[in-house]
Write a protein that binds this ligand. Structure first.
Ligand SMILES: NC(=O)C1=CN([C@@H]2O[C@H](COP(=O)(O)OP(=O)(O)OC[C@H]3O[C@@H](n4cnc5c(N)ncnc54)[C@H](OP(=O)(O)O)[C@@H]3O)[C@@H](O)[C@H]2O)[C@@H](O)CC1
Ligand SMILES: [K+]
Length: 473
């Protein structure tokens, strides 16, 4: 499993700094050269802060200057720039300016490439005023922007962005991905992220985030054996849909049929619509308590105000997935009391309502929000959005899903996800695995369905089998 994590400052500090910085600068310079195409004669501006992040930029700038680029370092804190890097740049023929000199805006506006070495993992707080002003000039420039380690102004550990930050086309990061490069809103500022190995392997036990890859998902997928019958493969119960929203039931069932459970049992008022589309569904209109045995429940998509169904499901001693109206109707104490796993799948708006904060606060601090919700409900929480996060109340790394696509932001897409994740729960996956595997398959299916064009939720569901095949290789 590829582990992504917060920057490990203590570990880095024990290693020979000069050597690591040279490796970092070499990787950075190579990426810049690739982006420039032709290095000789190009105009490069380095924005240099007072720490080692600026040192990386200076050494990389020296490498580009040796290959014939015109390189100017703009120092934000003259007198405190990395001394070795500055000397190397000067030796290579680079020039130096200070951020307050009148010519700096012109330099930035005419540059082919701007290298953001203002601040890296050592940054605290947002950009300071002089850096903020420069960020504005960079935004007006046509230059390509390469961020060193991470875009200056974003929070490396949380992905939060308070105030202005540099917007990069490419971020060259060293040793390990930082949460700020993977979690929105910071992720948006990073552009394409390239990892340059510098010989630092983070200890997995200290990971803050982790991302499943194909091989991890393939290991977790529930596969039938010779012994399997439909009951051994698990029955998933779907309590969803209403007279007003029968489509939510159909879509949740469409996801559930492709999640590995042996059978799907539907309970609710949309049975006719479900059967018409998926005749293999077991349908009943009695409440969940009378529906017969299931190995996991999904409750909520399009369910309207059926609080009784939600309460009945929460009493069941099997894993429960709460989505949409189910999140709103569930009693917090009833969820906390449960001894079987609960998986909650809110989007930012629903998470905000549950936490009693504004939606913008959840969007600005997704990592903190998903952890808090998991702790408050003693549940596993899958926070949907441009980067889907899965946190468990027991702690451990938060899982970030890498397969999503903006095309998935379409009506009914969440209903498909809930059915799929519920089916994986019924097939025996742990709640964090069911949530993260479902998000992974759903994201891939969304990509296959969309292929660069708008798509509907039913189409995403019908591409789930292709996602399975893709994962299994
Ligand atoms: N260690 C290693 O082995 C390797 C590390 N590497 C590289 O080093 C980077 C980390 O370097 P670092 O620790 O020197 O911190 P860094 O991010 O440059 O910033 C700290 C400086 O900035 C200042 N400052 C703080 N906040 C600020 C703000 N908001 N706005 C402006 N300034 C602010 C603060 O000074 P202050 O003014 O607060 O006294 C301090 O001087 C890392 O990201 C990677 O690029 C690679 O070479 C690989 C090997
Ligand atoms: K930076």
């Amino acid at each position: 499993m590829e582990t992504v994590r917060a920057a490990e400052r203590a570990l880095m500090a024990r290693l020979p700094e000069g050597a690591l910085m040279q490796r970092a600068a070499a990787g950075l310079a190579a990426a810049c050269a690739e982006l420039l195409g032709r290095v000789y004669g190009s105009r490069v501006v380095l924005l240099v802060g007072s720490g080692d992040n600026g040192g990386d930029a200076l050494y990389a700038g020296a490498r580009l200057a040796r290959r014939g680029a015109g390189v100017t370092a703009v120092l934000l804190t003259p007198g405190r720039a990395h001394a070795g890097g500055l000397a190397a740049l000067r030796r290579a023929g680079g020039t130096v300016a200070t951020a307050d000199s009148a010519a700096v805006d012109e330099l930035v506006l005419r540059a082919d490439l701007v290298v953001d070495g203002i601040v890296g993992i050592g940054g605290k707080g947002g950009l300071r005023p002089d850096a903020e002003r420069l960020a504005g000039v960079v935004a007006r420039s046509r230059a390509a922007v390469v961020a060193v380690d991470l875009p200056s102004g974003v929070d490396a550990d949380t992905g939060e962005v308070r105030g202005a930050a540099l917007r990069a086309d490419l971020t060259v990061t060293f040793g390990a991905y930082k949460p700020g490069l993977l979690v929105d809103p910071a992720r948006e500022y990073a552009g394409v992220v390239r990892l340059v190995g510098i010989g630092l392997e983070p200890p997995p036990a200290e990971a803050v985030l982790e991302a499943l890859q194909h091989a991890d998902v393939a290991r977790l997928l529930p596969l039938p054996t010779g012994e399997s019958d439909k009951y051994r493969r698990g029955v998933v119960g779907i309590a969803a849909g209403s007279a007003r929203y029968p489509g939510a039931a159909v879509l949740a069932v469409s996801g559930a049929l492709r999640g590995g459970a042996g059978a799907v049992r539907y309970v609710g008022p949309a049975g006719d619509a479900v059967i018409a589309r998926f005749p293999e569904t077991l349908v009943s209109d009695a409440g969940p308590a009378k529906a017969g045995r299931v190995q996991a429940w999904v409750v909520g998509p399009g369910a309207g105000d059926d609080a009784a169904a939600v309460a009945e499901v929460l009493e069941a001693d099997v894993p429960v997935l709460l989505d949409a109206d189910g999140l709103r109707l569930a009693d917090r104490e009833a969820v906390r009391r449960r001894t079987s796993p609960t998986l909650m799948t809110p989007h930012a708006g629903e998470a905000a309502a549950l936490l009693g904060v504004r939606r913008e606060e959840v969007e600005a601090a997704r990592l903190a929000a998903v952890r808090e919700l998991a702790a408050v409900y003693r549940a596993t929480v899958l926070l949907k959005g441009s980067t889907t996060l899965v946190a468990d109340f027991a702690g451990g790394p938060v899982r970030v899903n890498a397969t999503g696509t903006p095309w998935l932001a379409t009506a009914g897409s969440g209903d498909v996800l809930s059915g799929l994740a519920g089916s994986l729960l019924a097939a025996g996956l742990r709640a964090p695995d069911a949530g993260s595997v479902a998000a992974y398959l759903h994201g891939l299916a969304g990509r296959f369905a969309a292929q660069g064009a708008p798509t509907g939720a039913h189409d995403v569901a019908s591409h789930i089998p292709r996602a399975w095949r893709d994962v299994r290789g």
